[in-house]
Design a protein. Sequence first.
Length: 234
Amino acid sequence: MQDSYKSILEAFIHAGAANETKVNVISIHSEHLDVKTAESHLNGLDGILVAPGFGNRGIEGKIDTVRYARENNIPFLGICLGMQMAVIEFARNVLCYKDANSSEMNEKSTHPVINLMEEQKDVENMGGTMRLGAWKCSLKEGSLASKIYGKTEIMERHRHRYEFNSKYVDELEKAGLKASGINPDTGLVEVIEIEKHPFFIGVQYHPEYKSTVLNPHPLFVSFVKATVVHKNKK
């Protein structure tokens, strides 16, 4: 159902035009991918985006995809759930927390690096109660995110119920996964990145919602640029 990702596909068109290149998107069903088949599915790609979603369908395939991108220095962009999968993958394979997960997928995980938002824990009727709309985000000086945006204060649109578990920020940062974007009011981690990677960034929000023909979103423009650089190095 590619209509589910219409905004992302359009954002790639905008970013391609900004980079004077055509973006060829290859859609891969994460349910068909695991650690043994990642190479055959992902080999040859110049960039990898792990898309938004809900529930545990295809989750392990997304985590294996993040690992492939991280270990092979392939430009990576994770959006919403995709960002959360990047946090889980790093916790599992770098910190060696083998059962690291989101409490959405596994409530019994001993390392819930992604957890239900605090204000959601007493909500019984879930309809219309997600974190929605535009929220502030402060980007750390010198981070990849701040360089992409060209500023340190942004506002982006959200649509989620789970978030980065702040209890793990220090551990993950010491291991190399930087929390480079923080909501100044709630302390929610909005952006993660790996400094020792050509281009690895995950965002809790939905940048595709704000991309237009006349104003391509800088995250997509920078991601496509990174994929072109990667392609040319081959």
